[in-house]
Design a protein. Structure first.
Length: 134
C-alpha cells in the first residue's frame, strides 16, 4: 500500500488508518499521461465531456480544460499557460501554500488570485490582487 497507493506520502498513510513505520518518505514522482483520454459531447447545448477510463498513475486530481479555436496550451515546469492571441493566462496547480509563476513579461499588471479544491469540488475564489511584475 505504501509504495503503490500512498507513494510514500505520510499524510496519505495516516489518513488511510495505517501506522507509518519509518520517519523517511520516498519522493513522489510526477503523474503519468492519460493514454485513454476521450473528449465528446453529451447532447446538452454548450457542454463537452472529458473522460478517462483508467486512473492516471500517480495522480490525485485531474484537470480537464476546453480551449476555443485558436487558443493554445503549453507548460513551463509546473505552470500551465493558455494563450489566446497576444494574451496569456498562467495557472499553477500546487499542493503547497505558496507558488511562484515565472515567464511573465516585465512591467506588466496581473490580477492574481487562487481557489482551492478537494474531493467535494472547487471552493470559492479569493479576491484578486493586482501585482506589477519587475
Amino acid at each position: 500500500y505504501v509504495s503503490m497507493i500512498a507513494q510514500g506520502n505520510l499524510q496519505t498513510i495516516v489518513d488511510s488508518g495505517f501506522e507509518p513505520t519509518k520517519n523517511s518518505t520516498q519522493p513522489v514522482v510526477k503523474p503519468g499521461v492519460a493514454n485513454d483520454f476521450i473528449a465528446t459531447i453529451n447532447g446538452v447545448k454548450g457542454a463537452v465531456v472529458g473522460s478517462i477510463k483508467n486512473a492516471v498513475p500517480g495522480a490525485v486530481t485531474n484537470v480537464f480544460y476546453a480551449l476555443p479555436e485558436g487558443a493554445q496550451v503549453s507548460f513551463n515546469q509546473d505552470t500551465m499557460i493558455i494563450t489566446v492571441g497576444e494574451k496569456s493566462i498562467h495557472i499553477n496547480a500546487v499542493t503547497q501554500k505558496k507558488t511562484e509563476i515565472y515567464g511573465l513579461p516585465n512591467q506588466a499588471a496581473y490580477n492574481v488570485g487562487l481557489f482551492s479544491l478537494n474531493s467535494a469540488g472547487i471552493g470559492a475564489p479569493s479576491p484578486t490582487q493586482q501585482v506589477i511584475t519587475q
